[in-house]
Design a protein around this ligand. Structure first.
Ligand code: CAA
Length: 291
């Protein structure tokens, strides 16, 4: 199936990144969000992020302008109905996602492929609540989307082969690499990454290391581009906790028990970079560890 128009639901970090890479690859993109504020900020954020690539000489200003011209925003989710492909990139909350699919369903064209950028929720369960489980898939981008090479493709039990092959070709057109994962809690990347981050929080909780020594250890001792606590702040501590809960509940194994210290940070509203405080305090010039 030929995809030309793409609807993105959610103008947060992931939705903006997804719109950015699709527009650069030549797709027409419509972004929808319930927050007018998010929608208004969205194009400026994308312009600034493409600007980084222009500053590095990787893209020209003409390419930046052409990509931005291919993006429009709307507060009415019905405007996404005629798109060939819709990507839901709202918060990691199953009830919210169900509500979104329920709202958009009557407006969707019969051929539209519906996907979720969920990082952990069952694709089969999300698909079952739509009118098109055979045209529904998990389409999981990594953060920051313009930089990260991987897209995870997750088929639900009913997803048909045409939908899978179409999305595989779309990933190739984006210049990215796909990896297929079976539909089990948190798929591949987060099944492995989140327990590592959770273990780093336990290491901090038990006093084995400080924020600084834990991050330095993994950066210099395992060649990770970011330490696990810095990465947790970057992803969002609420998202990390939500994924650990999905693993814990879905696989019923105590090895996935979220660290109480991670829970405490989330309860405090210290969610990482987006709230300017998490394992580091970002309110000053340079990040300062909070423990
Ligand atoms: N848009 C466009 N370009 C961007 C960008 C953005 N939003 N963010 C960074 N970049 C570019 C920069 O321009 C820079 O380009 P060059 O290589 O051409 O110089 C490059 O990315 C590196 O950026 P910086 O120099 O600013 O910073 P850095 O070298 O410290 O790298 C990083 C930043 C790429 C984020 C790196 O630290 C990294 O790879 N971190 C790990 C990220 C990671 O693990 N992501 C996965 C999270 S898990 C996930 O997403 C799944 C989930 O469901 C939770």
């Amino acid at each position: 199936m030929d995809i030309q128009t793409v609807g993105v639901i959610g103008a947060g970090q992931m939705g903006n990144g997804i719109a950015h890479v699709f527009a650069l690859a030549g797709y027409d993109v419509v972004i929808n969000d319930v927050s007018i504020e998010n929608l208004e900020a969205s194009k400026q954020i994308i312009e600034a992020n493409i600007g980084r690539q222009v500053a590095k000489g990787k893209l020209t200003e003409a390419e930046q302008k052409a990509a931005l011209d291919r993006i429009r925003t709307t507060s009415d989710i019905a405007d996404l109905g005629p798109c060939d492909l819709v990507i839901e990139a709202a918060t990691e909350n199953e009830a919210i996602k169900h509500k979104i699919f329920e709202t958009i369903a009557p407006h969707l064209a019969p051929h539209t492929i519906l996907t979720s950028n969920t990082s952990s929720i069952s694709i089969t369960r999300l698909a079952a609540a739509t009118d098109r489980p055979e045209k529904f898939m998990g389409f999981h981008f990594m953060n920051p989307v313009p930089v990260m090479q991987l897209v995870e493709l997750i088929r639900g039990i009913a997803t048909d082969d045409e939908t899978y092959q179409t999305l595989k070709a779309v990933v190739a057109k984006l210049g990215k690499t796909s990896a297929s994962a079976e539909d089990f809690p948190a798929f591949i990347v987060n099944r492995i990454l989140m327990p590592m981050i959770n273990e780093a929080v336990y290491t901090l909780y038990e006093g084995v290391g400080t924020v600084e020594s834990i991050d330095t250890s993994l950066k210099l001792g395992a060649n990770h581009p970011m330490g696990p606590l810095e990465l947790a702040d970057f992803i969002g501590l609420d998202t990390c906790l939500a994924i650990m809960n999905v693993l814990h509940e879905g696989l019923a194994d105590t090895k996935y028990r979220p660290c109480p210290l991670l829970v405490k940070y989330v309860e405090a509203g210290w969610l990482g970079r987006k709230t300017k405080r998490g394992f580091y305090d970002y309110r000053g010039e340079t990040p300062v560890p909070t423990r």
